[in-house]
Design a protein around this ligand. Sequence first.
Ligand code: ADP
Ligand code: ADP
Length: 227
Amino acid sequence: MSNVQIEHLFKKYENADEDTLKDINLQIDDKEFVSIIGPSGCGKSTLLRCFAGLEKITKGKVLVDGERFDNIPPQKRRIAMVFQDYALYPHMTVYNNMAFNLKLSKLSKEEIDKKVKKAAEKLGLSEFLKRKPAQLSGGQRQRVALGRAMVRDPKIFLMDEPLSNLDAKLRVSTRQDIIEMHRQLGTVTIYVTHDQAEAMAMSDKIVIMKDGIIQQFGSPDQLYDQP
Ligand code: ADP
Ligand code: ADP
């Protein structure tokens, strides 16, 4: 179980004139699926990257289960991230892409093998394990990225526009994969998208951002009901 609290978070990039994130406050409960929407450049990716520790926070804090996230050693942070461009290792097979993070852990070869094969089966990738990413379609590549995240047993799952490189039909089916994965893993999922319909369909709560601030936060029903 885990909950997430973002308190008075500010981010200013070194070369920027003003803050990109301005006093972000957010409370996310256990197992919630939260989407972040808003126009391009409003700070969605920055918020996610600050959360993941990929970007330095200027001021404020991120708490997971009440503990400052930056105090948790990176290898103990049960967090996984999926990006728009998949970020797969091109020279590695599907199997090794999915196993890569686990090989850095203390798990035995057999345990790693079991996890990778289980995830591959769930995602319909079993017959592609020996291929390289270049020999896969965009949808299959994104499922490899999901699988690589899934085997880490994350408690928090961060996704930055994971469907935006897929065609319309694949977007809908991969949506289902993501929702299923979220439910099975029982994670907190934070999902960045510019697609409002997607956010409405997938989320327990939606964050609407504009110019580095949170404009609205609520369930799809609550937001939909507003004038
Ligand atoms: P979004 O994900 O909502 O499109 P971003 O978080 O990518 O927005 O960007 C928010 C703002 O921060 C933009 O004005 C962007 O130009 C700026 N920005 C993003 N990354 C950097 C960076 N590494 N250095 C300086 N400015 C950046
Ligand atoms: P470990 O598996 O020991 O946590 P990694 O090198 O895999 O080490 O991760 C280092 C950092 O990369 C993590 O602390 C996390 O912030 C970030 N990260 C998390 N999930 C992923 C992912 N799926 N792909 C790339 N980086 C990730």
